[in-house]
Design a protein around this ligand. Sequence first.
Ligand SMILES: Cc1cc2nc3c(=O)[nH]c(=O)nc-3n(C[C@H](O)[C@H](O)[C@H](O)COP(=O)(O)O)c2cc1C
Length: 353
Amino acid sequence: MAILNSIADLRALARRRVPRAIFEYADRGSYDELTLRRNRADLDALQLRQRVGIDVAKISTASSMLGQACALPLGIAPTGLTGLFHRDGEICGARAAAAAGVPFCLSTVSICSIEDVSEACATPFWFQLYLMRDRGFNEDLMSRARAARCPVLLLTLDLPVLGLRRRDAKNGLSVPPRLTLGNALDIASKPGWALGMLRARRRTFGNLDGRLTAPGGLRSLSSWLNEQAYPQASWQDVAWVRAQWPGRLVIKGILDPEDACRAVDLGADAIVVSNHGGRQLDGAPSSISALPRIVAALQGRCEVLFDGGIMSGQDVLKALASGAQGCFMGKAFLYALGARGEAGVTLHRPTRG
Ligand SMILES: Cc1cc2nc3c(=O)[nH]c(=O)nc-3n(C[C@H](O)[C@H](O)[C@H](O)COP(=O)(O)O)c2cc1C
């Protein structure tokens, strides 16, 4: 058994345990993956200033995000289909985050529903919203999130249309999805994952229950999402959401100072500087390179949160040093979840794989 003491180790283990189509759905980016690679390369290129003669006997990572105290300024980002990486994956993530004292954000396109997570985890979580054509459904999701006592709504703006994900197409996770012989053989070689899935609370898309035209599954989700895609989304819609949502509102997917200022003008309490982990507009700058100019333009008018490439505490440090109040991780969380389930996400010291 190997020692697991980095996200790279968890990624390697997840790759062995989770079917390839699902692993690569998380691991890969859009188009030519330039932005995906830049997120990491630009974080790696930042150097830390080494100072000495400073008393570090007592240090604390405690901070706050959106007025919520956190043990570490690092939350779990919303990720769609999380429950496919491990059975009840969203519940595992919410519990692990609550135990660690950091925020967890549930995606609109999660497997476990808002209600599943709130029943299984007493600590309030954040909710992420995609704008859809059906206004009534947007309203319905917001009122379900309110009923679940979600204090924060993250409105994601960087997915007006889905980025081209070449690996998903090759793996049959595209629209329409294909169950290839290769996929079936791959799943057969991951018995632990398959057995877990058989015992999962859900295997369909919890928040969309009753909305899909055919009984659950990726095929009906894709056709429903195609119908519901709302490429017209504009700042007017942001104003509409602001008027509907009484809690804290965070605009996610900001990469430009002008957009950051626009979000605050419309009443956002915070923004997330993000390029969706390199999964949407390929060719866009890395999140870390965009961060300082956005922080400067905002002049402290709202909290600036950050995601894109976070794989270690040092990465968090670099983002904070560049002006972020807190960070989120997407892929790192899914690797941990795929590797060891809730224990993998909770892991805080080296362990054996
Ligand atoms: C598999 C996967 C699914 C995602 N699904 C969503 C989603 O449903 N909603 C959303 O706002 N962002 C989604 N994201 C983007 C993340 O919230 C976050 O912005 C990104 O993962 C940060 O980059 P990192 O993966 O390098 O940490 C997803 C990311 C991944 C990897």
